[in-house]
Ligand binder design. Structure first.
Ligand code: MV4
Length: 448
């Protein structure tokens, strides 16, 4: 097992990894930028090292600064958290060649699954359902039109190197397709330095359901149920829950087996997520693979009674998974609300600044994953998520009641937060019914 891990991240996920390390008896080093100097979570690490100025390009995204900190502190492994360098194959390679374990999949698996076109190839080989479309990238407007004519409109043009909704265009007819094709291509070229795009059937009002995977280096791959992340705004998730309100044991097994096969086909190890779009009839289609631990992993931890960060570290260290598929049972219901320092009344503009007062909810079935405290100043340099409020209850109805209670207890003063919007969602008829889709927040709830 590792004796010391460097955490190449900040905020709540850095704290989540510190907590896992402490419980596992592993020492940990936290790197920080000038903007995070003095942040309270740093005191909980065994060591902390300043790696540069606030801009992430000169700190949390600077591979040479992080590797220097790793060498100075003599760590065995690096945990990348989410965002920043977590899905950077080059960083995973640098770690490998420096003799430091990257706590994540191999550089080859990151590359293979990071590109949507090659990931679709892996999915096809593993027999995972794909939306109608073609296997290869689409090179011309004429080729795009030909595909659209054969699969029928609407279609979607997606950047092969994309993710999180960038470089995407929906087309309901030929004119929109030609424009969308050129726009997606130029957006992708600028954003990812790779302008390849592909075309597939556009699914209207789908749900976003993702399968949590964990795999060791001995060929054991296990899925830990699913999360429903349909409630998003501009591709930023707001609320996640497990199980999905539309799930049945049969569908879970089908989706879980499909994701497991895909992971095995890719030689995947450690923690990852296979994302699917699900239509109103319960048909599911491969969307993409996230080769990192995700923000919303705690909802899966709660319903499967696992510690995914611990399992991820064990797997990276070459140990066998501490559980097998038959040990993983989905029980109860978990909901997560992302608490962002944003003003929902002013187009969700970020509200960095000093938090003057905090009251953290507690009581039965409440979990608060956050690095904030009263007196903490939220830097303006990074994302605005300041905490994740989670509840766990025997069923969905009780989980919603518990979340309403916890949101009412939560007090964060000094900055605006998304808490009132979450209360509105918890009281929304369509959310309560479980009948939302991926455009619900933008097209319906916020449009009201
Ligand atoms: C789609 C889709 C409908 N049909 N693909 C958005 C993020 C990117 N990973 C893929 N996305 C979508 N792909 C087909 N063929 C709808 C979306 C989509 C979406 C998906 C999940 C969660 C929120 C979303 C919001 C808008 C569009």
């Amino acid at each position: 097992m590792f004796s010391k891990i460097l955490i190449a991240n900040r905020g709540e996920i850095a704290l989540r990894v510190i907590r896992a390390c402490r419980e596992m008896g592993i020492k940990c080093v936290c790197v920080f930028s000038e903007a995070d100097r003095g942040a309270p979570y740093l005191a909980l690490a065994d060591e902390s090292v300043c790696i540069g100025p606030p801009p992430s390009g000169k700190s949390y995204l600077d591979i040479s600064r992080i590797m220097s900190a790793a060498e100075i502190t003599d760590v065995d492994a690096i945990h990348p958290g989410y965002g920043f360098l977590s899905e950077n194959a080059h960083f995973a390679e640098v770690c490998q060649s420096s003799g430091i374990t990257f706590i994540g999949p191999s550089p080859e698996a990151i590359k293979l699954l990071g590109n949507k076109t090659s990931a679709r190839g892996v999915a096809a080989k593993a027999g995972v359902p794909l939306l109608p479309g073609v296997k290869e990238n689409v090179e011309s407007e004429e080729a795009a039109i030909e595909i659209a004519n054969s699969i029928g409109y609407p279609v979607i043009v997606k950047a092969a190197a994309g993710g999180g909704g960038r470089g995407m265009r929906v087309a309901h007819n030929e004119i929109a397709l030609v424009n969308g094709f050129l726009q997606a291509k130029s957006e992708a070229g600028l954003a990812f330095k790779d302008d390849s795009v592909y075309v597939e059937k556009y699914l209207e009002q789908p749900r976003h359901v993702e399968i949590q995977l964990i795999a060791d280096k001995h060929g054991n791959t296990v899925y830990c149920g699913e999360r429903d992340c349909s409630l998003q705004r501009r591709h930023q998730k707001l609320v996640e829950e497990a199980p999905s309100p539309i799930m049945t044991p049969e569908l879970r097994k089908k989706m879980g087996d499909a994701a497991t096969k895909l992971a095995k086909e890719a030689g995947y190890t450690t923690a990852g997520t296979c994302e699917f779009l699900v239509d109103s009839k319960g048909n599911f289609y491969f969307m993409e693979v996230n080769t990192r631990i995700q923000v919303e992993h705690p909802v899966s931890e709660l319903v499967t009674r696992t510690d995914l960060i611990r399992a991820q570290i064990l797997a990276a260290a070459g140990e066998k998974l501490p559980f097998k598929q038959s040990d993983v049972e989905v029980r109860g219901h978990a909901i997560e609300c992302r608490i962002n320092a944003e003003d929902p009344d002013h187009d969700f503009r970020p509200c960095p600044g000093k938090i003057t007062r905090v009251f953290v909810p507690g009581g039965p079935g409440v979990r608060w994953d956050s690095h904030i405290e009263a007196g903490y100043t939220i830097p303006s340099t990074y994302d605005s998520m300041i905490g994740k409020l989670l509840v766990f209850a025997p069923d969905r109805t009780q989980a919603i009641a518990r979340m309403k209670r916890a949101l009412t207890e939560l007090r964060i003063e000094g900055v605006k937060t998304t808490t009132p919007l979450h209360l509105r969602i918890m009281n929304d008829r369509r959310f309560i019914e479980g009948s939302v889709h991926t455009s619900y927040i933008e097209k319906e709830l916020l449009a009201k």
